[in-house]
Design a protein around this ligand. Structure first.
Ligand code: SF4
Length: 442
């Protein structure tokens, strides 16, 4: 989501005749677009600001901090670092050019934080006014691009800071999303990932306000079908799904819409119903496995990944054992596991039974080692298989080597003497490890 937001900022500043430079020493404006999801992310911002403060001693440069740290910390951040000239929350991106102009004219610090209201339209609706250029942050057309379909979240999972940094859930209108995807595909993109905090509830606000009417499969499945029809698009992905709002109709769509590929990320967070209730995830372990069954009925070899938090407040050895068992049973292709870190303002940060760090990290290591074993078996089963690969980038280290993703979302490395970028081609897997498979073009 931050990549998509950063590219939107780049596009807005390009309209003001700014251009991307590779070196901070050459910049007139530096924007740190920040993440607040874990404590470590904020520390990184502060340490980068320390370095940029030095730059300011010998060069006139405007420094903006945007994103969720700006939203969550607000004016306090200005007190913590004198290097900052502009603070910009993720709900106020459109205001960036105005803030930069004001700061340049007055040298007074500028702040724009806060959220759009449910009644606001997130972006302009016609393609002509569409503010994102097909160019990416590096100035090159890239094969894979992101499109935000939703801002914020209404769920308030007790560990999560997102509803406080990105506000309530607001859906972009389908016509606007289709126009954005069409523009990016016309600019060279082959794979689009639709982004939202909870894509499965996409459009519930639009139904409420009468912008959309209810249909058999619901607004998200309708949106995916419409976007998949865009000519020139090879693959359509989306993230993140919340199992609570996941529907059988979406699972079935994987069987009929080839552009969706054979991969989904479905975060579970814990295998213990007690902890899931404390997290306010609104699903039980049994309901979660029911959703996996829908998916595997639709596409038996679908690849599934998940997010897991270990050491959530109050997590006992028995709760952790249930998470461990869930990972063993679910046969994930990938897991993204984290030690719980308390986020200020969230309910879980105030829970009394915080788990000691050494326990969290022991559990995290056990879970990762379990998944390593599962991944190894899956990778070995790939040897000799024919896979369809969309090629994303050329190796910077090795001559004539290209990297892409299989329909199951596995990274794959293929030698080729011709340019494969943006092509989707069949390959035969001949080796690899949990990081990347290797293959030959067929
Ligand atoms: S659904 Fe996702 S974004 Fe929303 S509160 Fe829960 S974890 Fe955070």
């Amino acid at each position: 989501m931050n990549v998509a937001d950063s590219e939107r900022m780049l596009s807005l500043m390009k309209l003001e005749h700014y251009k991307w430079v590779n070196n901070p020493d050459d910049a007139d404006l530096i924007i740190l677009n920040t993440c607040h999801i874990r404590e470590k992310a904020k520390h990184k911002v502060m340490s980068r600001l320390g370095v940029l403060k030095q730059l300011k001693t010998h060069k006139a440069v405007t420094i903006a901090v945007s994103g969720c740290v700006a939203q969550a910390e607000g004016k306090k951040l200005l007190e913590q670092s004198s290097a900052i000239d502009i603070l910009l929350g993720p709900g106020k991106i459109q205001e960036l050019p105005r803030l930069v102009a004001e700061f340049n004219a007055t040298q007074k610090k500028q702040i724009a934080i806060g959220f759009a209201k449910k009644s606001d339209t997130l972006v302009v609706e016609t393609e002509d006014e569409f503010p994102i250029t097909p160019e990416t942050l590096t100035g090159k057309n890239e094969v894979t691009r992101y499109v935000n379909i939703q801002q914020g979240c209404d769920n308030f999972c007790t560990f999560c800071v997102v509803p406080f940094t990105r506000g309530r859930e607001i859906s972009e209108k389908p016509a606007s999303i289709i126009a954005q995807v069409a523009a990016l595909v016309a600019g060279g993109a082959k794979e689009i990932t639709l982004l939202g905090q909870n894509v499965n509830s996409y459009g519930s606000d639009l139904l409420e306000s009468g912008v959309l009417v209810n249909t058999h499969d619901g607004p998200f499945v309708d949106l995916l079908r419409a976007v998949a029809q865009i000519e020139g698009l090879s693959r359509l992905r989306f993230t993140t799904s919340n199992p609570h709002d996941f529907t059988p109709a979406l699972a079935k769509l994987f069987a009929s819409e080839a552009k969706l590929g054979k991969y989904i990320h479905l975060p579970v967070q814990s295998g213990s119903d007690r902890i899931l209730a404390a997290m306010k995830r609104k699903v039980t372990q049994e309901e979660y496995f029911e959703r996996l069954a829908w998916l595997r009925t639709a596409v038996p070899d679908i690849s599934i990944s998940t997010d897991l938090i270990v050491g959530f407040p109050g997590e006992t050895e028995e709760d952790f054992e249930q998470t461990y068992e869930l990972v063993r049973k679910a046969n994930y292709s990938f897991i993204f596991s984290f030690a719980y870190s308390p986020r200020k303002g969230t309910a879980a940060a105030r829970f009394l039974e915080q788990v000691p760090n050494e326990v969290k990290f022991r559990r995290l290591a056990a879970l990762n080692s379990l998944q390593d074993g599962i991944s190894l078996v899956q990778v070995e089963a790939e040897y000799g298989q024919e896979r369809s690969v969309l090629f994303h980038y050329k190796s910077k280290k090795e001559e004539n080597v290209y990297y892409g993703k299989t329909e199951h979302f596995r990274l794959i490395k293929v030698p080729a003497s011709r340019n494969l970028l943006g092509l989707e081609l069949p390959v035969r897997v001949d080796g690899g490890n949990k990081t990347a498979l290797t293959a030959q073009l067929i």
